[in-house]
Design a protein around this ligand. Structure first.
Ligand code: SAH
Length: 368
């Protein structure tokens, strides 16, 4: 494409610029995009990869997102909730392995018992993971959905300091087609604001390739992340779950879905610069080396699964989720091999916080 070099080095990006970059498909153009993303990665955040050991501690969910395998109405799922000892000992295992951070993820509940439970988990994990290497314990990222400002404040006070809440899409009509009428895009936006107010490093992201989504919508999603000063990005390809109401709508052809997802990572790196970006598990559901590819397009975070093997298959958000029969030890060595296979290395015993967060706190953001 003529003019691509100029586009890759622009100071500010508009919707059309981003759309053009997301649409690149010839091998030469895609390689230029990937190379530029890596250049920005090296310049702004460095090429270390940070681990977040993820514990999917419960699949009980009060919501009914049309795309999700563990939605409330899916009666075929065997529901579970891990007990305190199991979750806390998983976090301790992470600390022992040198994973500087954990993610606690679950279905969505807003009842007081759940909130108390999560708060208690955070306090206990913080307490028992303090060591010489991690003087403040492991870093805790939460991914437990939409909650009140008061609840977010309690979780933050207990010691969690990052939170993932995907916007899924910023397009009003698409959002509504993905969710029941009771779930509103405005609510989700409000929650992202609450998270910031409560002091969290805020992560968001979208499902890529959901039915009805256009490249222009994805471009506007990236501009939204920029406007909202989002610190961390976690995005993944949309994949069908056979027991969901969206199954009949099908999914994007896999090679196109993969390239679009990789381009999203690269363009987020180029436009947002100093944020953390995850190479998510869903990429590996599209192609076996999906996560390495995500890293090689500018991602710098990945999440080894430490959920006990017995319950993994009950936390199936989409078909083809990988690593279902494996244990945390296997996931450890497998993922390390994957990261090293592309010439990168894992930064052990570090939280690996978002540089964007540090910059927005001190007012020294290098965003342009
Ligand atoms: N309940 C929490 C966390 C679990 S879901 C929450 O909603 O934040 C985490 C993410 O999984 C969602 O944000 C969604 O983007 C993704 N997800 C769910 N179903 C999916 C599917 N069928 N394909 C791809 N991603 C999916």
């Amino acid at each position: 494409m003529s003019g691509l070099n100029d586009l890759l080095y622009k100071e500010t990006y508009g919707e059309r610029d981003i759309e053009t970059l997301l649409s690149l498909r010839t091998p030469e153009d895609v390689e230029k995009l990937r190379a530029r993303a890596n250049e920005v990665l090296g310049e702004y955040v460095g090429d270390s990869v940070y681990y977040r050991g993820i514990v999917e501690f419960s699949n009980i969910c009060a919501l009914d997102c049309h795309y999700c395998g563990i939605r409330k109405s899916n009666k075929q799922v065997e529901r579970y909730s891990l007990d305190r000892d199991t979750v806390v000992s998983s976090a301790l295992w992470c600390a022992g392995q040198g994973y500087g951070s954990v993610v606690l993820q679950s279905g969505e509940r807003r009842d007081p018992a759940f909130i108390d439970y999560v708060e208690d988990l955070i306090c206990e994990i913080k307490r028992i993971t303090v060591s010489d290497k991690l003087p403040e314990g492991v870093g805790i990222t939460l991914s437990v959905g939409e909650q009140s400002l008061e609840t977010y404040r309690r979780f933050f006070a207990a010691g969690a300091h990052r939170y993932l809440l995907r916007i899924e899409t910023t397009d009003e009509a698409l959002y509504q087609s993905l969710h029941p009428a009771s779930q509103k895009l405005e609510e989700r936006k409000l929650c992202l604001g609450f998270l910031k107010e409560a002091g969290f490093q805020v992560g968001s992201g979208v499902m890529i390739g959901s039915p009805g989504q256009t490249t222009a919508m994805l471009a506007r999603d990236i501009l939204f992340f920029k406007e909202q000063d989002i610190d961390m990005i976690g995005m993944g390809p949309y994949l069908v779950h056979n027991q969901s109401p969206m199954a009949s709508k099908g999914q994007m052809e896999k090679s196109e879905l993969l390239q679009l997802s990789l381009n999203m990572i690269a363009v987020c790196r180029i436009v947002l610069k100093d944020v953390n970006i995850a190479a998510t598990t869903a990429l590996q559901a599209v192609v076996s080396d999906g996560r390495e590819r995500g890293l090689s397009y500018g991602a710098n975070v990945t999440m080894p699964n430490i959920t006990p093997t017995e319950v993994r298959s009950s936390y199936k958000l989409y078909e083809g989720k990988p690593c279902m029969d494996e244990g945390r030890q296997e996931c450890r060595s497998c993922l390390l091999g994957r990261v090293r296979s592309i010439g990168r290395d894992v930064a052990f015993d570090q939280w690996g916080d978002s540089k964007h967060f540090a910059a927005r706190k001190t007012g020294t953001a290098r965003t342009v």
